[in-house]
Ligand binder design. Structure first.
Ligand code: NAD
Ligand code: MG
Length: 396
């Protein structure tokens, strides 16, 4: 085997970041932790630096950098700050592989920097691709980056496509991509009850342990809406080729349906270390610390159609994809503002998608030709969502 790959983990203290470090640490001959980043939880970042001894650590603010540097042995790890620091480690000549695991729009610029530097890019940060789809994919193509999906559904689809797949579904005899969805914690909760659910209830996902933002996205099914758009960009799937299938056990991670009637599925325990290990070692297979799938214990696999009335976010996802241009960036930014307001107790659960739809109605999409267009649409949608919140916020 060749020399160890230098790994850069953007968002190292998060759920995906920690799972990535867990898998990498099982294979020290294959992976060296070259750079880590975190926005908060500085104690945790300090521990990770002491354990993995990266060449760089990136934090959000200069004050955090000073505190962190004092806790590390001199010469061990250079501490960098802010977006510039993130871009530096993502595009560094010695970085071989970048795990993009920052949550939300904050991850866009460093993730794009990794694509433009032609890196092997492991994409967990779906929001980056949703916001900037055409620009992102163009950067991947132009700079010959290797883009591997970490989202369990997209990683599953990737595994179910032929090795020769090059972005043309019909050319490979694919009829549809079937994205599975657990339905989140509120799949069967009475609609009336949803008016009063708390952030902790929304974050208690039945099958997965994740960061709070994506947990709320799973509860509204906005996560699946973002994943529909993600599937479009990753696999060249038209909206009518993407079907959402509710599958409460989260064992089938997604499927690909072929013209001859074959449906190929990828199954496994709901543990993000499987797609992470798959992408880290691709095209080889490595141990991920994930136990064998016990089909006898699982016993049955259920599939139902999604409920578009209960989960209007799904409709908004297809709408944004069909509208194109800045519409997905608007959807994503409005969602980030609404979810943050819900997590702060300022907005009722059912108002999250109402805010997003109002923002989409108020801001008609326009063309997306540059990163500035994306950032402009993101900022405009955030401002509009804040205005919308004033009319819908819960007054204490
Ligand atoms: P998380 O909240 O657990 O971690 C987020 C990480 O990003 C942390 O390290 C945090 O410090 C960093 N971060 C947050 N805001 C930042 C900012 N403004 N600037 C720089 N860094 C910032 O989130 P997560 O659950 O690990 O999810 C990360 C990404 O992976 C998300 O895009 C999510 O949609 C995607 N994803 C997660 C899972 C999962 O199982 N957790 C599954 C599929 C996809
Ligand atoms: Mg997913």
């Amino acid at each position: 085997m060749s020399a160890a790959q230098n790994l850069c983990v953007l968002g190292a203290t998060g759920s995906i970041g920690l799972n990535t470090l867990d898998v990498a640490a099982r294979h020290p001959q294959r992976f060296r932790i070259f750079a880590l980043s975190a926005n908060e939880r500085m104690d945790e970042l300090a521990q990770l630096c002491l354990r993995h001894r990266p060449r760089y650590a990136v934090v959000a603010q200069a004050a955090q950098a000073d505190t962190l540097a004092r806790r590390l042995a001199p010469g061990l790890t250079e501490v960098l700050v802010g977006q510039q620091g993130l871009e530096h480690i993502a595009a560094h000549a010695q970085t071989d592989c970048v795990m993009a695991a920052i949550v939300g729009a904050a991850g866009l610029v460093p993730t794009l920097a990794a694509a433009r530097a032609g890196k092997k890019l492991l994409l967990a940060n779906k929001e980056a691709l949703v916001m900037a789809g055409p620009i992102f994919m163009e950067a991947v193509r132009t700079h010959h980056a290797t883009l591997l999906p970490i989202d369990s559904e997209h990683n599953a689809v990737f595994q179910c496509l032929p090795d020769s797949f090059a972005g043309d579904l019909r050319g490979h005899g694919v009829r549809r991509v079937l994205l599975t969805a657990s339905g989140g914690p509120f799949r069967d909760v009475a609609l009336e009850r949803l008016r009063h659910v708390t952030p902790d209830e929304a974050c208690a996902h039945p099958n997965w342990t994740m960061g709070r933002k994506i947990s709320v996205d799973s509860a509204t099914m906005m996560n699946k809406a973002l994943e529909i758009i993600e599937a479009h960009w990753l696999f060249g799937a038209a909206p009518e080729q993407i079907e959402v299938v509710v599958h409460p056990q989260s064992v089938v991670h997604s499927m690909v349906e072929y013209a001859d009637g074959s449906v190929i599925a990828q199954l496994g325990n709901p543990d993000m270390r499987t797609p992470i290990a798959h992408a880290l070692a691709y095209p080889e297979r490595i141990e991920a610390g994930v136990g064998a799938l016990d089909l006898f214990r699982i016993g049955r696999l259920d599939f139902t159609a999604p409920d578009f009335t209960r989960f209007p976010a799904l409709r908004l996802g297809y709408r944004a994809l069909r509208e194109g241009g800045t519409s997905p960036a608007t959807l994503n930014a409005a969602n980030e503002i609404a979810v943050a307001a819900f997590l702060q107790g300022r907005l009722p659960f059912l108002a999250i998608t109402a805010v997003i739809e109002a923002v989409m109605d108020a801001l008609p999409p326009h063309q997306l030709a540059s990163l500035d267009d994306v950032l402009g649409a993101d900022a405009a949608a955030r401002r509009q969502a804040e205005r919308q919140l004033e009319t819908m916020t819960v007054k204490p």
